[in-house]
Write a protein that binds this ligand. Structure first.
Ligand code: NI
Length: 213
């Protein structure tokens, strides 16, 4: 069984990070073939894709192409989702200026109060990736907390979504729109994990999930 090197782990980490395990390294393989376990793993993915294509062409007659087994070190590299909770409060008025006052009142009820109101929010930030052999972490959750505080909480806590939160400028601050705004801020900055879900609680009873779609 081939041994895994640092390069193999980097390959695995990057492919999970970009979510493109089957595609990302195909051009690279053709330029720079190597015999390491990681590249064998990627060749297996390419091989598997080619086998599917051959089977499709042969209309089920069977191609005889079977991928080689994965190296143990890559099979045993677990992919885990880690989540950090952060709390903040903020004010808003849910209001769509394109609609009449009556329609806004009917749609948004108390949240349409023209004099604002506040909520105590809880934000769950989930990142996914391979467990680092040295630390045992997907990501240091203390570092993730610091990142989310710096980029989101510090510009949101004790603020008004309608008038002084930069990533919500010009956007009706429903919980759905807030979580999408937060995603756009956080998605580029949470490496080495990959942001896979934000859950934003507006009340004890209501939350929304966003997974970047
Ligand atoms: Ni509200």
């Amino acid at each position: 069984m081939p041994q895994c090197g640092e390069g193999d782990r980097v390959v695995r980490t990057l492919s999970v990070f970009f979510g493109l395990q089957d595609l990302l390294f195909v051009p690279y393989l053709s330029r720079k073939p190597r015999q390491s376990a990681g590249f064998s793993y990627l060749r297996r993915l390419v091989f598997r894709g080619r086998a599917v294509a051959v089977r499709s062409v042969s209309r089920g007659r069977g191609s005889g192409l079977e991928p080689p087994p994965l190296p143990d070190c890559l099979v045993d590299m677990p992919i885990v989702t880690a989540t950090r909770l952060l709390r903040f409060n903020a004010a808003h008025r849910v209001h769509n200026p394109a609609l009449s006052d009556e329609e806004n009142t009917r749609l948004f009820g108390k949240c349409n109060n023209p004099n604002w109101h506040g909520h105590n929010y809880t934000l769950e930030v989930s990142v996914k990736g391979p467990v680092d052999e040295r630390t045992g972490y997907v990501i240091d959750l203390g570092m993730l907390r610091d990142t989310v505080e710096r980029h989101v909480v510090n510009v949101t806590d004790h603020r008004n979504f309608n008038i002084d939160v930069p990533y919500m400028e010009g956007v009706n601050p429903t919980t759905e729109n807030v979580v999408v705004g937060m995603w756009r801020v956080l998605e580029p900055v949470v490496a080495p994990g990959r942001l896979v879900r934000l859950r934003l609680w507006e009340t004890d009873n209501n939350y929304v999930d966003y997974e970047g779609e």
